[in-house]
Design a protein around this ligand. Structure first.
Ligand SMILES: *Cc1c(COP(=O)(O)O)cnc(C)c1O
Length: 355
């Protein structure tokens, strides 16, 4: 099978094999990973190694803390403003598609939102370039990769004089970035670093504790930091599979090595797309995502046949999101180049037949 699912999505085969072994007998304990206490040394070692690997792969400095939380990226739409945006304050948001719109909606419950840049006028086929960031804002939020629209930030507004917050759910650890220049990064694990059920949060502790509104304990990043992501029972299995995926990533050569592979995959895919008039990519070339490639067909009547034939040949998960239609091919870290070779040669032969 060639798995192009957008999320939950492909994981390395060796990770799945090791995870399935841990379900029956975790590290020779004779017990399943699902049957042991989260405060036992066997599990706290999992949490510590996962945290350490994130630090190492992202090259984080001492100010940045690593958390594994429940509730997915969607809870972070709430938790971020709850911790950083005081009543009467303004937060800057960029509006680039479905995911950032959801984040904006939640932030409005906590303070004022200023839209510092929007791609709405292009139907979210671009990334806004000239931002108008309101000075003195609590932070600037952006969605580094819009999973549904197929756009990605390739340059970041590091120079703003306020904390920078990024939803990196669908491209975290897919490319080298100076992660320390972000004050808060969050990423639901199920796109690029593991299964559903855990959300990675990397936060600069210096931006916490500045607001007056009381924060419920479970929503307070400071308490999660203090308790080492064990304020309550953590999503143990999800954290373990994240650990295995991080080990795999390190073995592959780390973020720089995976970025090189991701670029090779994206280049092959988009070069093929651009060479075949039968297919069209709506996203502006300079803003295309290396993780989620979105395309439509010149003749929409052919879409059904294309999809069905692709599925027959073992290529799954290519149907576009229901809100945009067409197709979407996800090229996450774990997707091998051979799968991109398979779909691009299928596109070429389909185009030849319809030629
Ligand atoms: C999938 C996704 C989300 C939502 O993640 P959940 O873990 O389901 O809450 C948020 N933002 C982006 C960019 C996503 O791709």
């Amino acid at each position: 099978m060639h798995n192009f699912n957008a999320g939950p999505s492909i994981l390395p085969k060796e990770v799945l094999e090791e995870a399935s072994r841990a379900l029956l007998d975790f590290n020779g304990t004779g017990l399943s990973l699902l049957e042991i206490g989260h405060r036992t040394p066997v599990f706290t070692a999992v949490m510590e190694e996962a945290r350490a690997l994130v630090r190492e792969l992202m090259q984080l400095d001492e100010d940045h803390e690593v958390l594994f939380l429940h509730g997915g990226a969607t809870l972070q739409f709430v938790q971020v403003p709850m911790n950083l945006l005081d009543e009467g304050q303004v937060a800057n948001y960029t509006e680039t598609g479905t995911w950032s719109e959801k984040a904006i909606k939640e932030a409005r419950l906590f303070g004022k939102v200023h839209i510092a840049g929007s791609s709405a006028s292009t139907g979210h086929t671009t990334i806004p370039k000239n931002l108008h960031v309101e000075a003195g804002g609590a932070y600037l939020h952006l969605t580094s990769n819009e999973t549904i629209a197929g756009t990605q930030w390739h340059q970041f507004p590091y120079d703003i004089q306020q904390p920078l917050v990024a939803d990196m759910s669908s491209d975290v650890l897919s490319r080298v970035l100076d992660f320390n220049r972000f004050d808060l990064i969050y990423a639901g694990a199920q796109k690029n670093i593991g299964p559903a059920g855990a959300c990675l949060v990397v936060v600069n502790k210096n931006c916490l504790g500045k607001i007056k509104r009381p924060i419920p304990a479970f929503m307070d990043y400071r308490l999660h930091i203090k308790e080492g992501s064990m304020l309550n029972t953590p999503p143990v299995f999800a954290v373990y599979v994240i650990l295995l995926t991080l080990r795999w990533l390190k073995k592959m050569g780390g973020v720089a090595a995976i970025e090189k592979q991701n670029q090779e995959k994206a280049t092959l895919f988009y070069t093929t797309l651009d060479s075949l008039p039968l297919f069209q990519g709506p996203v502006a070339k300079e803003d295309r995502s290396s993780m989620n490639a979105v395309f439509i067909m010149q003749d929409p009547k052919l879409e059904k046949e294309f999809l069905q034939t692709a599925e027959k040949e073992g290529m799954v998960g290519i149907k576009g999101h229901r809100s945009v239609g067409g197709f979407r091919v996800s090229l996450y870290n774990a997707l091998p180049l051979s799968s991109v070779q398979a779909i691009t040669s299928f596109m070429r032969s389909f185009a030849n037949k319809k030629g």
